[in-house]
Design a protein. Structure first.
Length: 74
């Protein structure tokens, strides 16, 4: 689980801008960003933060999101 932050934050990742596969959906594409985001409606002590990967599908189109733990190199 990601550390708590005050705002959504981009973080570095070894696979950034490289081909990846989302093991949850099978989608393949390019890792465009990794962000630490509040994944709950709560703000403050009730907030839950997670590392979210943004993958642009190989054929183009809208980026999908998945947990960083779900990505692997292609």
């Amino acid at each position: 689980m990601a550390a708590r932050h005050h705002a959504e934050t981009d973080i570095p990742h070894a696979l950034l801008h490289k081909p990846v596969r989302d093991i949850a959906s099978g989608t393949e594409g390019t890792l465009m960003a990794v962000r630490v985001e509040n994944v709950t409606a709560a703000d403050g002590p009730g907030a839950r933060w997670a590392e979210i990967a943004y993958i642009r599908p190989a054929g183009g189109g809208r980026e999908l999101t998945t947990a960083v733990k779900n990505i692997e190199p292609r």
